[in-house]
Write a protein that binds this ligand. Structure first.
Ligand code: BG6
Length: 500
């Protein structure tokens, strides 16, 4: 790869500190950043380069051992080299004078071919301003790449507005929209599992699959993000992007090639095939929830309303009763030939009993049991892709219980644990995605039409909730969510998969 200038707007923010810089450090440590690569953090903080390097250093010491093991930062040469790549520029993006930034980048450009990446780790309301300001400051050309973080809008119109503003400066091929779920190893593995094995494809359709479940369950609460989260909610924060992307990878047709357009064209078709949920369907097929106080991992935790009131202490909105959902369960359908009639149950929430994300593909039962002792109960096969933690794939089969006395079929799993099989640590999603930006590979990033198709499906749900005043149902922190979510799937004679 050519040396790069990676400009991080929002360079002192939470995302930069907790994710981007640790990820870049680990890639640098493995020799993946070319010599001469620089990371230029932009913020209003007034820090000089030395202060900024100190700040990053202490954050690396906090985060990197958790990601990669306690002794990683002991590699002093890589650590020092990384800190020396960092510069800090103080800039209010609404000011007219960007000469400190353009001067710094201009001097670097004199050294020859360089890739320039503008990473917008800032509030989305600033995206347009940063793009236009960068163009005016002369730091954008047709080779510059821009990376956008979610949330990309809060509905279709606002997503279009952001896309238009960014698109007024950058062509679509220069824009990398992050959904960090696509950077997760296990999510990419779904592509390989489906299209690298001949075993599954003939079964991967409505004639053999009973239903699909996608669960992203978090035990953390909203905490000090409560105020931000209140303008969002679980449907916007998780379903419209992460869960729909997972659904796309499960449901899409085999792409002609594993490249940017091939994969994204197929995902788009899935999003466009989602059966619209509107009006009475929304009331029937979706459940909103909000956590109240409870016990998580043995510790008492406050409810969302209390967290929000604390976050807003002293403001006029302190006592407002929040109507934001911290949990969503819903029943979706992909209306096409492959999936007609197969429900996709999606569920996500905060402050649930477990931190666990998985995709469950439930096959149909055998058409007839020849094992009378087992009655009707031969469990149907089930493929579980565990996204986190304990990443792996488990295929639930039926086997004969060993023993001399007759044939007794029992459930038994075929188990592919990534940790046991591959040993190495799995890189964080940002390590993979940042390298893809530098390589110019857009496959794991969202195209404009995908984002807009996802909003087109999600927006009527939000609209109906608002129009019919569907308040979220309370659930105790540390539980599995509101009882109505259990009823949603049991109504169809099915149940949520609770054990891996
Ligand atoms: C983010 C959401 O996109 O994803 C957060 O804004 C959520 O609310 C997070 O906690 C979950 O990501 P992960 O990688 O921890 O599963």
């Amino acid at each position: 790869m050519d040396p790069a200038d990676i400009v991080v707007f929002g360079g002192t923010g939470d995302l930069a500190m907790r994710k981007l810089l640790p990820a870049l450090y680990l890639r640098d440590r493995d020799g993946q950043l070319a010599e001469g690569t620089r990371i230029v953090a932009v913020s209003r903080s007034g820090l000089d380069d030395a202060d900024y390097r100190d700040k990053v250093d202490s954050e690396l010491r906090r985060v990197v051992p958790r990601w990669a093991g306690a002794d990683v930062l002991a590699d002093d040469a890589a650590h020092t080299r990384f800190l020396q790549r960092l510069d800090h520029v103080t800039l209010d993006v609404f000011d007219d004078d960007w000469s400190a930034l353009s001067g710094l980048l201009g001097r670097a450009a004199e050294d020859g071919a360089r890739t320039r990446v503008l990473y917008l780790a800032s509030a989305p309301q600033l995206f347009g301003r940063i793009c236009v300001g960068s163009a005016r400051a002369g730091i954008v050309d047709e080779r510059t790449r821009v990376v956008l973080e979610k949330p990309l809008g809060h509905d279709l119109a606002s997503a279009r507005e952001i896309n238009d503003e960014v698109g007024s400066v950058f062509a679509e091929e220069q824009i990398y929209r992050i959904d960090h779920y696509l950077g997760k190893e296990t999510v990419q593995n779904l592509l390989v599992l489906r299209f690298g094995n001949s075993l599954f494809e003939p079964l991967w359709n409505a004639s053999q699959i009973d239903h699909v479940q996608i669960t992203v369950s978090e035990s953390i609460g909203c905490g000090n993000r409560a105020d931000y989260y209140d303008g969002s909610g679980a449907l916007r924060d998780m379903v419209q992007n992460h869960l729909l992307q997972l659904l796309c990878l499960v449901a899409m047709e085999p792409p002609a090639k594993i490249d940017g357009e091939g994969v994204r064209d197929e995902k788009l078709k899935v999003l466009q095939s989602l059966k619209p949920l509107d009006g009475p369907d929304v009331i029937r097929d979706t459940v909103r929830g909000q956590y109240t106080e409870g016990l998580v991992d043995g510790a008492a935790v406050p409810g969302y309303a209390t967290e929000l009131a604390e976050a807003r202490a002293g403001t006029p909105r302190e006592r407002e009763r929040p109507s934001t959902e911290t949990f969503v369960a819903l029943r979706a359908e992909v209306a096409n030939w492959r999936w007609a009639g197969v429900p996709f149950y999606l569920r996500t929430g905060k402050r649930l009993a477990t931190h666990a994300s998985e995709i469950v593909v439930q096959f149909k039962p055998v058409p007839h049991s020849i094992f009378p002792a087992f009655g009707e109960e031969i469990p149907a096969n089930r493929l579980v892709l565990r996204l986190q933690p304990d990443e792996g794939v488990r295929l639930h089969m039926t086997a004969k219980q060993p023993g001399p006395g007759g044939i007794r079929p029992i459930p038994a799993p075929l188990d592919l644990s990534f940790a046991r099989t591959f040993g190495d640590r799995l890189p964080d999603a940002y390590e993979r995605l940042l390298m893809d930006v530098l390589r110019g590979n857009p496959t794991l990033f969202m195209r404009r039409d995908e984002i807009e198709a996802a909003w087109t499906w999600a927006e009527p749900i939000l609209r109906t909730w608002e129009a019919t005043d569907q308040r979220p149902r309370p659930y105790a922190a540390g539980s599995t969510g509101p009882a109505a979510a259990t009823a949603l799937i049991e109504r169809d004679g099915r149940a949520w998969h609770e054990d891996y």
